[in-house]
Design a protein around this ligand. Structure first.
Ligand SMILES: Nc1nc2c(ncn2[C@@H]2O[C@H](COP(=O)(O)OP(=O)(O)OP(=O)(O)O)[C@@H](O)[C@H]2O)c(=O)[nH]1
Ligand SMILES: [Mg+2]
Length: 585
């Protein structure tokens, strides 16, 4: 199936043409039929000679109903531009064409109808001329009469050719179904309809409501009046939602594949049409079937920041339009450049931002996105419409390579700075480093730790300090002098304290290799282990704790942890009966 939206001035024969092609009545309301005028969107479909199905979204031409028209064409990138032979180009012909051009609609047909009432030649020439400067330039054009049927076979053939030229829908893309109608079916509950432009839907799917993020479940699907278990794009589709009251959603809302869209109220866009500086401060943004008031802040000559009155599920590269409802004026086409733009706080930020936006074209660009953001989560990028690739640096974080290298350098500097400011601490706390580097996740700090940096117990240490703070150096020197003659007589705790060696100082001296810690408050000089092995090797083997203690000229306070440490290091081995031997040389 493919879907075509009509466009054109009021009374130019759009609905009559759809009726003639499909045998279906696009004007659904009694009021529409009474007044002979389309007010809201109409839907009809038929088989073409090739067997393909074409579905029409028939729009109203009256100037009062332009918002309805925009809700119809917004999600449908194919247009049937209708002009009456006897009236020619009219104001809403121009306004509708401006909207299609702003949205970048490039597939369609130009049909001059009511050809039985006047020579279609002039209207055809005039309309062709109008289309020439737009996204619809060069589309097939023909004259028809819906009353006599003249030209309808040619039109059907042209629709078939058009269908063959359309790009294949992205079958695996996430679903963003813009709702164009919602109603209640007795016994089934709420049904919404829309044009499924990409992806597929199946009964049982869980979808997200764009307005609220609420998750809803698909209870039933309809396509062209037939119940279906699954519907693939492109299609007109009716979705029955389980347990969702009708008031919860309506035109302008969207059903989304869960967790695949960033719902934003702030975006940076490129505008075509009026210069950015000339735009009013408030306009209406039309995208999909939605129409949302937007505050406009010009940034560059053709780039602006929009603040929306409500969140919309937008992706980089989306097309939309800005309209001034009071003036019946399509102010410009919109290409979405950034759906998660940085705040503009500092002086000069707007100018800098304009320079960045000048380099963007709305094509998703992973490398550029990372360059601008430095770091980004893969999931966030996906939700913006930028496909992530490559290995993450930590968790699901992707990084710009240059930025990541720079962070590594800064981490080393911060670790150094911390060590200088806190020489007795065993490294800088990870959380503090996260704050200093302004990183959003501690896992990133951890991932940045490279030798010679090391991570230990929630801290990052640099290369071991070979110089100790002077007071500690002094204290250690005094320990060395005092115990040279009795290397295994560890100083008592209060003696250490007298020397100025508290737990932190001892920790620093141990890390620097100036002292050897056997147990809390039991420290020896670094060479003590080798000396002890030499002394013990000279004893008759095996030897007892008491023999060892006497040979080492020390107390149990030292001998017990010393022998245990030697056991652990494999220098001695403990035998049954609490004796030991020295192992190896
Ligand atoms: N003679 C003749 N009359 C036509 C033809 N097509 C439409 N009409 C008449 O033109 C009038 C308007 O036709 P509609 O189909 O309602 O026009 P529309 O473009 O749908 O109008 P809106 O939806 O209100 O914008 C009706 O009275 C139709 O009968 C045609 O090919 N020949
Ligand atoms: Mg109509």
């Amino acid at each position: 199936m493919f879907v075509v939206a009509t466009a054109g001035h009021v009374d130019h024969g759009k609905s009559t043409l759809v009726r003639a092609l499909t045998g279906m009545e696009p004007d659904r309301w009694a009021e529409e039929r009474r007044r002979g005028m389309t007010i809201d969107l109409g839907f009809a479909w038929t088989a073409l000679p090739s067997g393909r199905t074409v579905a029409f979204v028939d729009v109203p031409g009256h100037e009062r109903f332009v918002p309805n028209m925009l809700a119809g064409v917004g999600p449908v990138p194919v247009a049937l531009v209708v002009v009456a032979a006897d009236e020619g180009w009219m104001p809403q012909s121009a306004e509708h064409l401006a909207a299609l051009d702003a949205l970048g609609v490039s597939y369609g047909l130009l049909v001059v109808t009511r050809a039985d009432l006047a020579d279609p030649g002039p209207a055809l020439a005039q309309a062709r001329h109008r289309l020439a400067g737009t996204s619809l330039r060069g589309v097939d054009a023909m004259a028809v009469s819906a009353v006599t049927g003249a030209g309808l076979p040619e039109l059907r053939a042209a629709l078939d050719r058009l269908a063959g030229a359309l790009p294949a829908p992205a079958a695996d893309a996430p679903v963003r179904l813009w709702v164009d109608r919602s109603f209640t079916v007795r016994g089934s509950g709420t049904v919404v309809t829309g044009t499924l432009g990409a992806g597929r839907l199946a009964v049982g799917d869980e979808l997200e409501l764009a307005a609220t993020g609420e998750v809803v479940r698909v209870r039933g699907l309809h396509c062209l009046g037939t119940a279906r278990d699954e519907v693939a794009s492109v299609a007109r589709v009716g979705v029955n939602l389980r347990g969702t009251p009708r008031e919860r959603l309506g035109r302008g809302d969207a059903l989304l594949t869960a967790d695949r869209f960033h719902r934003t109220e702030l975006l940076d866009v490129r505008v075509t049409g009026d210069p950015a500086a000339d735009l009013p401060t408030t306009l209406t943004l039309h995208v999909g079937s939605a129409a949302v008031p937007a505050r406009v802040r010009p940034l560059g000559t053709d780039t602006v920041r929009l603040r929306l009155a409500r969140r919309l599920p937008l992706l980089v590269g989306d097309r939309a339009l800005l309209r001034d409802p009071g003036r019946h004026h399509v102010a410009g086409g919109v290409t979405v450049l950034d759906v998660a733009p940085p705040p503009l706080r500092r002086r000069g930020a707007a100018v800098a931002r304009a320079a960045v936006l000048a380099t963007l074209d709305g094509r998703p660009d992973l490398a550029g996105e990372l360059r601008r953001r430095g770091l980004a989560r893969a999931g966030d990028l996906t939700r913006m419409g930028v496909a992530p690739a490559g290995p993450p640096v930590a968790g699901d974080w992707l990084a710009d390579p240059g930025h990541w290298r720079q962070l590594g350098t800064r981490l080393a500097e911060e670790v150094d700075r911390y060590a200088t400011a806190h020489p007795l601490e065993p490294g800088a706390p990870v959380e503090l480093l996260r704050q200093r580097l302004d990183l959003p996740d501690r896992a990133l700090v951890t991932a940045l730790v490279r030798p010679p940096l090391r991570r230990h117990a929630g801290r990052v240490t640099g290369a071991p300090a070979d110089t100790l703070p002077e007071p500690v150096e002094h204290a250690v020197a005094r320990v060395r002098a005092a115990y040279a003659a009795h290397p295994f007589r560890a100083p008592e705790a209060d003696h250490l304290a007298d020397l100025g060696l508290g737990p932190r100082e001892i920790g620093a001296a141990v890390r620097a290799g100036a002292l050897l810690r056997l147990a809390d408050n039991v420290v020896l000089l670094p060479g003590a282990l080798d000396d002890a092995v030499r002394v013990l090797a000279g004893l008759p083997q095996p030897f007892t704790l008491s023999t060892a203690r006497q040979a080492l000229d020390t107390t149990r306070r030292v001998a017990v942890p010393l022998l245990e440490l030697l056991d652990r290091r494999g220098a001695t081995r403990r035998l049954p009966g609490d004796t030991r031997i020295v192992v190896g040389p």
